[in-house]
Design a protein around this ligand. Structure first.
Ligand code: ZN
Ligand code: ZN
Length: 362
């Protein structure tokens, strides 16, 4: 990963946004900029310097991981220590503007920081410069994502092997998760969703103690983290002998997903991709049951920019990695979602690890 180039690009952007410095505290942004994977740290970036702060639990790890920045290990609470360090280093400075990540830094923490910086620095919420940069994945990132997606895709067979009426959803999740660990996953990228029968109508039905009923849909939504990068995939199967309605709904969601994938290309808007999925469901009278957005970016975080939702004007660009995941949820009855990750290419898109999506009844 070219951490130095990422920091340089950010440093160049600071004056354009009238920032004298930026304090990066959001952990995925830290990892993106300098490679640090620990749970406490901050990067102080000015147009001409980068300084990484952490505490003594991370002395060795920071030395091993952090690239392109001077490392300062503090013995006291991080933000007040950073404030004191900055004051020492910038004695002559008056009324400098420091950008903070307002979406991620709590009000209390920013107050502590402001106090530590005295009256010499003014805090301002910085625009989401790093999140914007992270939308476009470079070669190394795409490689890491491919590996995560490959491992993630291999897990569903383990879920299918475990899946039968009468066993708890958690047991299916556990089969899938232990296969993930054996395959080298650092963690799951979110809490595994296994939602069976009427629970499949909950778009985010985390695996529970509920037992798989003898008839109905089972939605499994799962992902792994490998080399820091996430995967995200959903498959839906039917348990028991399938009804015509079940097949019709499944087919409609599958067609909606295909239409959205066909719409993914550079230059098109995120909203247009969402519309493509919704239009297919509309023809079947099912659009009112599609209650969430069509997809989201995936990378160091499982949900990141861009968002593929109704009316979003953001333009897709080569290097973006997004999910396409339409769903239909009939309250009290059940639901279907089919999700794959897609890489936006120069000419269109590539479905990462496509696999079989035909209707399965078990
Ligand atoms: Zn998902
Ligand atoms: Zn997703």
């Amino acid at each position: 990963m070219d951490f130095l180039a990422r920091q340089r690009r950010l440093q160049t952007a600071l004056p354009e946004h009238r920032l004298d410095a930026l304090l990066v505290t959001h952990l995925p942004n830290l990892r993106y900029l300098c490679g640090f994977t620990g749970s406490a740290g901050a990067l102080w970036i000015t147009p001409s310097s980068s300084v990484f702060f952490s505490d003594s639990r991370y002395t060795e790890q920071a030395r091993g991981e952090v690239k392109g920045a001077k490392i300062v290990i503090e013995r006291k609470t991080l933000l007040p220590s950073i404030g004191a360090w900055v004051l020492r280093k910038h004695r002559g400075v008056k009324r400098s503007v420091v950008g903070v990540e307002g979406e991620h830094l709590s009000w209390a923490a920013s107050q502590r920081l402001a106090k530590a910086l005295g009256g010499k620095f003014r805090l301002r919420q910085a625009p989401a410069l790093i999140e914007q940069a992270r939308q476009i994945k470079d070669k190394d990132e795409i490689e890491a994502i491919r590996r995560a997606v490959e491992l993630g895709a291999s897990l569903f067979d383990h879920a299918l092997n475990a899946l039968r009426p009468g066993i708890p959803e958690l047991e299916v999740a556990s089969a899938l998760e232990s296969a993930a660990r054996r395959g080298g996953a650092e963690a799951m990228s979110f809490e595994t969703i296994v939602a069976a029968g009427p629970r499949s109508a909950l778009p985010h039905g985390r695996a529970s103690e509920a037992r798989i009923p003898s008839g109905g849909f089972v939605v499994s939504d799962f992902g792994v983290i490998l080399l820091g990068y996430c995967s995200d995939r959903t498959r839906t199967v039917w348990v028991g002998s399938a009804t015509a309605e079940a097949r019709r709904i499944y087919q409609a969601v599958l067609e909606a997903q295909a239409a959205a994938i066909a719409a993914v290309r550079p230059g098109t808007t995120a909203g247009a991709v969402d519309r493509a999925a919704r239009n297919v469901l509309k023809k079947q009278g099912l659009d009112k049951y599609f209650t969430h957005s069509t997809g989201h970016g995936v990378g160091l975080e499982v949900h990141e920019a861009p968002r593929l939702a109704s009316g979003v004007t953001e333009v897709l660009q080569p290097g973006m990695v997004i999910t396409i995941e339409p769903g239909v949820y009939l309250s009290g009855r059940g639901g279907v979602r089919i999700e794959d990750m897609v890489l936006v290419t120069e000419k269109g898109c590539e479905v990462l690890s496509p696999g079989n999506k035909e209707f399965i009844a078990i």
